[in-house]
Design a protein around this ligand. Sequence first.
Ligand code: HAM
Length: 421
Amino acid sequence: MSTYTRIKGTKDIFGEEVKYWEYIENTAKKLFKIYGYKEIRTPLIEKTELFSRGIGQETDIVQKEMYTFDDKKGRSLTLRPEGTASVARAYIENSLITFGSPQKLFYIGPMFRYEKPQAGRYREFYQIGAEIFGTDHPLADAELITFVYDFFNKLKLSNFKVKINNIGTFESREKYKEVLKTYYQPLLPNLCEDCQRRFNTNIMRLLDCKIDVEAAKNAPSILDYLDEESREHFNNLQKYLKAYNVPYQVDPKIVRGLDYYTKTAFEVEHSDMGEQAVIAGGGRYDDLVEQLGGPKTPGVGFAIGIERVIEALKRENVEVESESKIDVYVAFQGEKGEMAAVTLSKELRKKGINTYLNISKRNLSGQFKHANRLNAKYVVVIGEEEISRDIVTIKNMKSGEQTQIERNWVSEIIVEKLREE
Ligand code: HAM
C-alpha cells in the first residue's frame, strides 16, 4: 500500500465506473443544447464571503461544511460548496446581461462540503447544474423542472418523484416563521438537537428534519401564508407543468437547505435510495444577484448530484454501455508488420474508427489475449505471412470468424462491417 491515500470523502473514478459518468454527462450536455443552454465554467475557489453572503450565514453549509483556508496573503478562500453563488458572481462580474436576457447557463463539476461521509454523501461530489437569470416568469421554473424530469427519463430512471413547493418572498415568509415558532414552542423540549438549534436560527428547516418527522406532520403549511404574487406564481407553475405533462406532487415541507430561495422550491426524490434520496434540488432566488452587489435580477436554477444518480441507476439495474468501446485492435509481427500497422492505425483513426494499436512487446498470441481483455470487436493482424502477400487477417472476436483481405481495402471493409452491426 502506498503511503499516500485519498482524502476521506473523496474518490477515484476509473474502470467500469467511468461509463456511468460518460452516460450521465453526455446525456446532460445533449439535453442542455436541446433546451438552449450555454455552458459556464467558474473557478473552484472563491472568496469565502461570496458563499457566506450568498448561501446564508445560518445555513449548515456556511456554519460547518465549508473548506475554508487563508492563502499566502491571508485572504480567506473557500472551495465552492455549490455552484449558484459562483455563477451569480460571474453573471455580475462579466455583465452577462449584455449578452441578452434571460441568460440560460449550465455547469458540470465538483463541489466540496465537509460533511460526514456516508453512502451518497461525499466531501467532494459532482453536480450538473443550471441557472436562468433575468426572468421571473413561472415558465422558466416550469422549463427547468421539465428539463430535470426529461433528463431522468432519458437516463431510463423510473423510481423518482418531483416534489414542488412555494416558500414565498422573504417578507411573506417572516409572517409564516412567527406562526411556525408558535407551533413548535411547546414541542421544543422533546425535539432533536438540530431542531433545537435551528428553532432560533432557521426555523423552517425543522419541517424537513429526518428525526422529528411526527412534529412536522401537523405543522402549519407555508402555502396558507403565501402573498398574492407567490400564490399566483405557484398556480401558473403548476399550469405549465401540466401542459408539459410532468407529474409532480405539492409538498409544503420542501424548504431547502440554502437561504437564497424565494417562491419556487423543488426536489426530486428517488425511492430506492434510503437516507440520501434527494437526487436533485433547486428553486428560485429573486434577491441573490442584488444581495451580491448586482442589479435587481430574478433567477432560478437546480443542481443534480451525479454520484446519487449513479447509485439510482445501479439500484434500478439500468444497463449502461461504455461509450468508449474499441472497434479494432491492430496486432502485428516483425519490423515490416510494425510499420504497416502504424500506417493502417493512422488510416483507421482518420476514418473515426476507435483503434487500439499494440504498443507493447507482446507476441501475436499475447496481442490476441490483450484484445480480448479490452473487449475489441475486431482484431486486424499484420504478420509475416500477411506482409508477404500484402493482405491482412481480420478476426471478428465475437463470432470467431476470420477473413483475409487486401491491405488497401481494410479500412473501407471495417467501416462497412461496423455499419452493418
Ligand atoms: P443542494 O440541494 O445543496 O442544492 O445540492 C443539489 C444536489 O447535490 C443534491 O440534491 C444532491 O443530489 C447533491 N449533493 C449535495 N450534497 C452532496 C454530498 N455531500 N454528496 C453527494 N451529493 C450531494 C444546491 O447545491 C443548489 N446550488 C441548487 C440550485 C441551483 N438551486 C438553484 N440553483
